[in-house]
Design a protein around this ligand. Structure first.
Ligand SMILES: *Cc1c(COP(=O)(O)O)cnc(C)c1O
Length: 360
């Protein structure tokens, strides 16, 4: 049993992958070739955003969003301490001050009340993360931000395909960012990401930032980066988009099956009624998490801990303020194998091993 199985998916689309890769080899436009614009159009339509730009990684997407919104020294950026480091790292790289707000105990997403308590006149941006595939509470967070002229940046790295009140992840905030790291719900064969926005001016700024701030041939209107996605990666994403909706349904089925098999034994994931998760992770909570994880490993069942130490307890991002909900979650969460091709037999075996570990 694998934690994430990328081979089963590849077997399904191998011919189409080879056809699309061969096409790139034939036309030879390796940088910003036609596949890049094609996939951007497909993704913008899928997410329901006016603009999509493919970029080199989810981290670059976040960096570019912050740059486009002029976040820098003197600004404060509010985000969650219970996330992958890139969410916080990019704001710090630009010289902004990170302000962590604690999370909700059941969804692990930013708690809007905690966000509100941490807003100051210097707050420039709020970065909610759609952790494990479920959208943060955009209804309340966007209302807080709008009333004060603060920008929201959606970190949708784990939630591509998710919805909230029928709206897709990637359509919230001034700019939304996602990742195509291979293990994400929509993964490429290498690094990749995208930014989404409905704002024509921000889209133009992002377009310039992606190519070193270039506004005309060897003319520069601003400081930028090399943030482009390779044409080859775009070709691969083309193939993966073809089967993505089917894979999302399979993920829902896998999650439902876990819910049924685990019923009552442990705390299963809480998905709000107006949310549909992309199920990047299926994450349960346990009292003796590390001991259970060891037993699972011995039984041949892989599992992961996202994340064992919250960012405000890590040296570069240290903040003495207590974040009790994030700290408790970090000690209790365990993510079980999750991918669209997980077989019911393997799920049953994983849950049997889990029940045995709990009884020991
Ligand atoms: C994966 C991830 C990122 C970074 O994406 P990369 O493509 O690996 O750079 C950012 N934020 C979150 C929440 C992630 O899970």
């Amino acid at each position: 049993m694998q934690f994430i199985d990328l081979k089963a998916q590849q077997a399904r689309i191998r011919d189409e992958l080879e056809r699309r890769i061969r096409k790139v080899l034939d036309h030879g436009q390796y940088i910003l070739g036609p596949e890049v614009a094609e996939v951007e159009q497909r993704m913008a339509a899928y997410v329901g955003a006016r603009h999509c730009l493919l970029v080199a990684s989810g981290t670059d997407a976040l960096l570019m969003a912050l740059m486009a919104l002029d976040v820098g020294p003197g600004d404060e950026v509010i985000t969650t301490p219970f996330t992958f480091v890139a969410t916080a790292e990019t704001a710090r790289l630009l010289g902004a001050r990170l302000v962590f707000a604690d999370i909700e105990p059941d969804t692990y997403n930013l708690d809007p009340a905690q966000v509100e308590a941490r807003i100051t006149p210097r707050t420039k941006a709020i970065i909610p993360v759609d952790l494990f595939g479920q959208c943060a509470d955009y209804g309340r967070i966007e209302a807080l931000a709008r009333a004060r002229g603060i920008a929201v940046i959606e970190d949708a790295a784990q939630s591509f395909g998710a919805t909230q009140n029928g709206r897709r992840a990637g359509s919230f905030g001034a700019v939304a960012c996602t990742s195509f790291f291979p293990a994400k719900p929509l993964g490429g064969y290498g690094d990749g990401g995208a930014v989404f926005t409905n704002d024509d001016r921000l889209a133009q700024v992002l377009r310039e930032i992606r190519v070193h701030g270039q506004s005309g041939t060897y003319r520069y209107a601003r400081v930028g980066i090399n943030g482009r996605l390779d044409t080859l990666q775009a070709a691969i994403l083309h193939c993966k988009l073809d089967i993505f909706d089917d894979e999302l349904e399979r993920r829902q089925a896998v999650a439902r099956r876990y819910d049924e098999l685990l019923g009552g034994a442990v705390r299963t994931p809480a998905v709000r009624p107006h949310n549909l998760s992309a199920w990047a992770q299926y994450t349960i909570e346990l009292d003796r998490r590390d001991a259970v994880r060891d037993s699972l490993r011995q039984a041949g069942v892989p599992s992961m801990v996202y994340y064992p130490v919250p960012l405000h307890r890590q040296a570069p991002y240290h903040d003495a303020r207590a974040m009790p909900v994030a700290e408790r979650a970090a000690q209790r969460v365990l993510s079980l194998p999750m991918h669209p091709y997980l077989e019911p037999d393997d799920q049953a075996r994983a849950v049997r091993a889990l029940r045995q570990a709990l009884a020991a």
